[in-house]
Design a protein around this ligand. Structure first.
Ligand SMILES: NC(=O)c1ccc[n+]([C@@H]2O[C@H](COP(=O)([O-])OP(=O)(O)OC[C@H]3O[C@@H](n4cnc5c(N)ncnc54)[C@H](O)[C@@H]3O)[C@@H](O)[C@H]2O)c1
Length: 327
């Protein structure tokens, strides 16, 4: 494959830094642009001396002028506590940030891939979720800054395609986990594993019967690479995720067998608009990209536990305080 100049916005975050590693291994030049609001420079430390790597601290809500062949837009906080902390900035990032990147892609004729989310389906009434399902989102709830922001970003991407024939790609990512997740980010897997490692009770919201699908990061990165390399008529939106469906209580059981002990649980109230079911229909990804996830929950969790074990010592005593992020 020819060497490309690749801009990764949000590249200091979980998915972005995993993709950066892979693209540098393939010999591309990678420019990471990140405002470090939820990402960490620590995630990029391995690439510091790589001559193909560059880091720019920048908020995508401000215009940018960087020439790139490909743009991956990951910039946006992804965990509910983080995106709800400054909901207006979250919407601005999704919508205004996307606008700035689309203008950039237009200026240089770049291919641009946008990471949308399963949250565009809201609390779904169709199960499993297929791309043609239009979703069930509460537009004024506390999750709307993220869900509606991402929905509007998809609209913008498709309007740029229709109006300027821009080379766009849109993927809808379902819950993904693995090494380089922020131990402090408040998503269920990082939360459970870090608390289990610290000997703290796991926090289960509601009765734990709500279901989620969990995709291991290596599978996700493979899908993103297949998508960016696909023909220009493969636009999306395409669901990318693992169709294995687990209730939160079942996730606890898998972790108990990994830790070989009973884990104590604190039950808490279900947050507003928390979806009850989540499972991607990945027929389209199978057909168009020849992709399906290969790594099962047990194997993925084992790798994740190893990673979290190695990094939580870097954090302050309270792993759940945002101040403990190494930024
Ligand atoms: N991880 C998942 O399970 C998941 C699921 C669905 C969608 N996604 C999407 O994938 C993308 C990456 O998610 P992640 O899990 O790596 O999250 P993350 O929070 O680890 O990474 C997001 C990165 O974007 C940066 N960022 C946020 N706002 C920015 C701004 N205005 N300007 C520049 N940088 C900014 C953050 O500092 C961070 O480095 C997000 O857009 C998210 O919505 C992720």
């Amino acid at each position: 494959m020819s060497k490309k100049i690749i801009l990764i916005t949000g590249g200091a975050g979980f998915l972005g830094c995993n993709l950066t590693r892979k693209l540098l291994e393939e010999g591309h030049k990678v420019i990471v642009l990140d405002d470090l609001s939820t990402g960490r420079l620590q995630n990029l430390i391995d690439f510091e001396k790589n001559e193909n790597f560059e880091f720019i601290k920048h908020d995508i809500c401000d215009p940018i002028d960087v020439r790139a062949d490909w743009i991956f837009n990951f910039a946006c906080p992804a965990s509910p506590p983080k995106y709800q902390k400054d909901p207006i900035q979250t919407i601005k990032t999704s919508v205004w940030g996307s606008f700035n990147l689309l203008e950039l892609a237009r200026k240089y004729g770049s291919r641009i891939l946008h990471t949308s989310t399963s949250e565009v389906y809201g609390d779904p009434t169709v199960h499993p979720q297929i791309e043609t399902y239009r979703g069930n989102v509460n537009p004024i709830g506390i999750r709307a800054c993220y869900d509606e922001g991402k929905r509007c970003a998809e609209t913008l991407f498709f309007d740029y395609k229709r109006k300027f024939d821009l080379d766009i790609k849109v993927v809808r990512i379902f819950n993904t986990y693995g090494p380089y997740m922020d131990p402090d980010d408040g998503r269920v897997i990082s939360n459970f594993v870090v608390r289990a490692l610290k000997g703290l009770p796991l926090e289960v919201y509601g009765d734990g019967k709500q279901t989620r699908s969990f995709c291991y990061v290596d599978d996700m990165i493979k899908a993103l690479l297949l998508m960016i390399n696909s023909n220009s008529d493969v636009i999306g939106p395409i669901n990318i995720g693992n169709p294995g469906e687990f209730s939160i209580n079942e996730l606890v059981k898998v972790l108990e067998s990994l830790f070989a002990k009973k884990l104590s649980i604190n039950y808490k109230n279900l947050p507003q608009d928390d979806p009850m079911k989540r499972k991607p229909d990945i027929t389209l990804a199978r057909e168009l990209l020849g992709w399906e996830p290969k790594i099962n929950l047990n194997e993925g969790l084992e790798n994740s536990v190893k990673y979290f074990r190695s990094v939580i010592s870097e954090y302050n005593a309270d792993p759940f305080s945002c101040d403990s992020c190494l930024q």
